[in-house]
Design a binder for this molecule. Structure first.
Ligand SMILES: [Cu+2]
Length: 172
């Protein structure tokens, strides 16, 4: 009986400790979400077909693109590792036509984009045509916006577009 009592008071103690941790976690989360969200990028209205008649690849319903290791308001050192998360669709290299797939693009400090055209290729619009799902980049100090955009075998965004949230990070 005594033994049983000791066991249950230990369990209560553990529960209290867990509750205290959970509370602390909630308070920290509140502090982080007080960072103002980054203004969304200006995006053209997606059309199922391009002017030239090209039929866009359909996005899977509910597909989500997101940053695995970064969130809005993070401060990081250079080089910056960015991990690309995708759920509901698959990754395929550029040039490979397969339903429900695409490859990643990382948009750095991009304020506007035409999603009814192939994504241009530049230091600000980086293609991961081999099917890569992360990159480590040297970045200049200061604030930068990052956003992910999925595109098909021809670098044309899906319909509707599969985009991540746009986030701002500070590079120390
Ligand atoms: Cu591309």
């Amino acid at each position: 009986m005594t033994h049983k009592f000791a066991k249950s008071s230990l369990a209560v103690g553990l529960l209290l400790a867990l509750a205290a941790c959970a509370n602390q976690g909630a308070m920290q989360t509140t502090a982080v979400t007080s960072v103002a969200p980054t203004d969304p990028m200006k995006v053209t209205v997606s059309t199922p077909k391009l002017a030239a008649g090209y039929e866009k690849v359909a996005a899977a319903p509910g597909a989500k693109l997101y940053f695995i290791n970064l969130k809005n308001g993070d401060s990081v050192g250079s080089p910056v590792t960015v991990q690309f998360g995708l759920s509901g669709m698959g990754v395929a290299p550029a040039g490979i036509e397969k339903a429900g797939t695409g490859h990643h693009h990382l948009l750095i400090d991009v304020d506007a984009i035409d999603i009814n055209a192939p994504i241009p290729n530049s230091d600000q619009l980086r293609h991961f045509g081999l099917g890569q799902t992360e990159v480590t980049l040297p970045m200049t100090a200061g604030k930068h916006t990052l956003q992910l955009l999925l595109a098909d075998q021809n670098h044309i965004p899906h319909h509707p577009p599969v985009m991540s949230e746009r986030i701002t990070i500070t590079v120390k």
